[in-house]
Design a protein around this ligand. Structure first.
Ligand SMILES: NC(=O)c1ccc[n+]([C@@H]2O[C@H](COP(=O)([O-])OP(=O)(O)OC[C@H]3O[C@@H](n4cnc5c(N)ncnc54)[C@H](O)[C@@H]3O)[C@@H](O)[C@H]2O)c1
Length: 300
């Protein structure tokens, strides 16, 4: 007799993780994985960028050690879980889960998905930290679309409780359940939404940040006052202009361009945002964005 009971869907064991792209998000994601007890390999485009990423993790850990109650040994152990690798192939060769955190550009992401698919074992799940792009489209560059999923961590990933997941057209239940279990083991809660531009969080949040740039260029208020309206008035932890500087204005613009292309006119990037990015004012990471982060030079 054929059983009508639904088949129990297994959860794969995750032991080793790889993070591709050790920039703003990748370095925080690597730290989340290491704190969850996972050996975490990391790759980026050059050794210099990798070194910067690791230095950023160290600096963040120093600030956070008190709050996380870490002694020097624990801090060292945590750092030793993150292994910089010279290339993508060596980072993913024994990974059970790969999390991609490179630029918000579908062609770059598809290329990474294709390379990981070729270099990683057949069991490996490939996840993307995309903010706005389609996981089904990235999965189409692989021969394992059922093992692809979006894991949208939010900034700062090491502190934000929620990760937004999106299943692609082919994502299997096993991949989804395994990813949820992995994130729970890393201390995160999850929400799962469908594969749609900007998912839920950025579809709601980015237009508001973009509108803050329109308000600024129309001289409706100063940057500080626009931010204060949101922090003191609406209870946001950070104002939209300060938040955009923290994301990186280039990433913010890539995200708005992607939403604009997929969802229409309402999402057109503010001209001031475009202008700042063209000038190389990318926010905190370049020292200047809406606000300036250069430390004042002391006169001799
Ligand atoms: N910045 C945010 O606040 C934020 C929040 C949530 C999600 N995201 C998403 O996370 C992803 C990464 O954003 P970010 O802010 O960390 O960007 P970032 O520019 O800080 O870092 C991207 C990193 O990817 C590396 N990279 C690019 N191409 C590569 C390649 N071919 N191989 C290996 N490494 C490569 C770059 O060298 C860089 O270090 C994007 O998809 C973005 O939309 C960003």
């Amino acid at each position: 007799m054929v059983s009508r009971e639904p088949k129990e869907i297994g959860i794969m064991e995750i032991r080793n993780v790889a993070v591709i792209g050790l920039g703003t998000m990748g370095s925080q994601i690597a730290l989340v994985c290491a704190r969850g007890g996972y050996k975490t390999s990391a790759a980026d485009r050059s050794e210099d960028i990798l070194r910067n990423g690791i230095a950023g993790i160290k600096a963040f850990l120093k600030k956070q050690a008190g709050r996380w109650k870490l002694n020097a040994d624990e801090e060292g152990n945590l750092l030793s879980q993150i292994i910089p690798c010279k290339d993508l192939q060596s980072a993913v060769s024994d990974a059970d889960l790969v999390i991609e955190a490179v630029y918000e550009d579908i062609n770059v992401k598809k290329e990474i998905f294709r390379d990981v698919d070729q270099a990683a074992p057949p069991r490996t799940i490939i996840a993307s930290n995309t903010s706005t792009l389609s996981i089904s489209q990235m999965a189409s560059a692989t021969l394992r679309p059922e093992r692809c999923i979006a894991t949208h961590f939010l900034i700062p990933a090491a502190l934000t409780p929620l990760v937004e997941l999106a299943k692609g057209l082919d994502t299997s239940d096993e991949t989804h359940k395994t990813t949820v279990a992995f994130l729970e083991a890393c201390g995160k809660e999850t929400v799962t939404v469908s594969d749609s531009p900007g998912f839920v969080i950025n579809r709601l949040y980015l237009p508001m940040v973009n509108e803050a740039f329109f308000a600024l260029e129309n001289s409706i208020a100063s940057p500080e006052d626009i931010d204060r309206c949101c922090t003191r008035g609406l209870g946001y932890p950070m104002g939209p202009l300060a938040a955009a500087d923290a994301f990186g204005l280039d990433i913010m613009l890539d995200c708005m361009n992607s939403l604009h292309k997929e969802l229409g006119e309402k999402y057109r990037p503010a001209p001031l945002l475009v202008k700042l990015v063209k000038a190389g004012w990318l926010g905190r990471k370049s020292g200047r964005g809406v606000y300036s982060y250069f430390t004042k030079m002391k006169r001799p």
